[in-house]
Write a protein that binds this ligand. Structure first.
Ligand code: SF4
Length: 449
């Protein structure tokens, strides 16, 4: 059972040394209880206290790592039912189903699309993470060849799907060193499949046929010493899956029900052949509370909006989304191209860069670190002010890239132009438009002067 902040405080050294970057041990205890600090941040905890505190430090939903290398991903570690209470932690991992009954051409086309499902958006990278490999043939040799083939085609994490332990063993001969997620153990095969997962040190999906049976299966698996588990409620209809996802996560977070303290997988690909319904179901499961979702198709029109949903849900509501502070090349700017500056609030960057792009005029867009605030807010907060802008311009290297000394500032902060002029005596300060929609016309006028 999780310990309270005061329980944790009693076990700390109480020296208030500040090595954890917090002023007091009590402040550290409160943060640890709230899941906002890690036990390792205090280097002075005794071994005895560490053991007692391990439970308090562990999130109520275990974190499980799947795959390895570039597309390895961690799932779980969730602390709250509602994003506004704190934040959601590890974004839902999206997966795509392929099977050993597919033709080589179809398989290649689908895996190529999975690999292409990779985007940079608002300064973050989003992508499909997992390929689910279904054994439909029941043939161990055929499945082994199939998983080996797919493994050579993608860096995605892999999830071999068979309830036959011998078939799973054959698959692991070729992908066992890639930390695949084994799907799945049921009441019928938990001993053998559990032993295989334990022997290989691999994460395992438990599939129940009711919440009660899933809880029993989970207790059995943890009793066998298995830790890295993923839960499949076994439901295969939207309403049932939706209810099961909520019941499992509530039990884990509100009731601290350990049997359900693991990430959850949802498989719309097994609920319907209707890809539109799969997409709609996935959107619901992502919101409540699927940690992994597997669809039957990889098409970008299907995956991209779901990735955007994940991104929106899993960003920290207390931190504005920001892009890196630097000069961005819009088009192929040269020494004569216009130089603009604005703030690093993601929305500001994307609106301004989009408008510059649509003007078809190559430009240098300078993004000043304003702690993710928009232009007027950042100005009012003292973040987008003459000395900050001047410092950015002087240290960015833009002076070596252009042969003019003109910088365009947003029209909303026209009032800082005089002071900025003093901070940047070599530069001419030009007042840009107030609204991003007018940037295109402004730039066309600028280059025609
Ligand atoms: S580092 Fe440990 S002992 Fe020092 S103030 Fe933080 S919690 Fe207390």
């Amino acid at each position: 059972m999780a310990l309270s902040g005061l329980d944790i405080f009693k076990l700390l050294p109480k020296t208030n040394c500040g090595d954890c970057k917090l002023p007091t041990c009590l402040a550290f205890a409160m943060k640890l209880a709230g899941g906002q600090a890690k036990l390792e941040d205090c280097p002075h905890v005794s071994e005895e206290a560490k053991e007692a505190l391990a439970d308090a430090a562990a999130p109520p939903v275990r974190g499980v790592v799947i795959g390895q290398g570039a597309k390895e991903f961690k799932t779980g570690e969730e602390l709250v039912l509602f994003r506004h209470e704190k934040r959601f932690v590890n974004p839902t991992g999206m997966g795509v189903l392929v099977s050993d009954s597919m033709s080589d051409d179809d398989l290649k086309a689908k895996v190529d699309q999975v690999n292409a499902d990779s985007w940079d958006r608002v300064g973050q990278h989003i992508e499909v993470k997992l390929v689910a490999l279904k054994c439909e043939s029941g043939d161990a040799g055929k499945f082994k060849d199939f998983v080996g083939k797919v493994s050579g085609m993608t860096d995605c994490a892999l999830m071999p799907m068979t309830e036959d332990v011998e078939v799973m063993k054959a698959a692991l001969e070729v992908i066992g060193d890639k930390n695949p997620l084994l799907y799945c153990a049921t009441a019928a095969n938990i001993e053998a499949m559990g032993e295989l997962a334990k022997e290989k040190g691999l994460p395992l999906v438990l599939k129940g046929d009711s919440l009660d049976s899933l809880a029993e299966l989970s207790d059995k698996a943890t009793g066998m010493g298995l830790k890295d588990l993923i839960l499949d409620p076994g439901t295969r209809a939207l309403k049932d899956t939706f209810e099961a996802l909520i019941a499992i996560r509530r039990a884990a977070l509100n009731a601290k029900f350990k049997a359900f303290g693991f990430p959850i997988i949802a498989l719309p690909c097994e609920e319907t052949d209707d890809i539109y319904l799969q997409g709609a179901s996935a959107g619901i499961y992502i919101a409540k509370y699927a940690d992994i979702v597997v669809l039957s198709e990889a098409d970008a029109w299907l995956q991209y909006p779901l990735q955007v949903e994940i991104q929106n849900i899993y960003t920290d509501p207390q931190k504005p989304m920001a892009v890196d502070s630097k000069f961005y090349e819009i088009g192929s700017p040269g020494p004569d191209s216009p130089v603009l500056v604005t703030t690093n609030f993601s929305l500001t960057y994307f609106i301004v860069s989009g408008e510059v792009e649509s003007s078809k005029i190559d430009a240098w867009l300078g993004i000043v670190d304003s702690e993710g605030q928009s232009v007027l807010t950042a100005w009012a907060a003292g973040k987008f002010v003459p000395d900050a802008i001047a410092k950015f311009i002087n240290t960015s290297g833009i002076a070596e890239k252009v042969n003019h000394r003109k910088v365009i500032i947003p029209g909303y902060v026209a009032q800082i132009s005089g002071e900025l002029d003093e901070e940047l005596p070599d530069w001419e300060i030009l007042i840009g438009p107030r609204e991003a929609a007018d940037i295109s016309a402004y730039l066309r006028n600028y280059v025609n002067q």
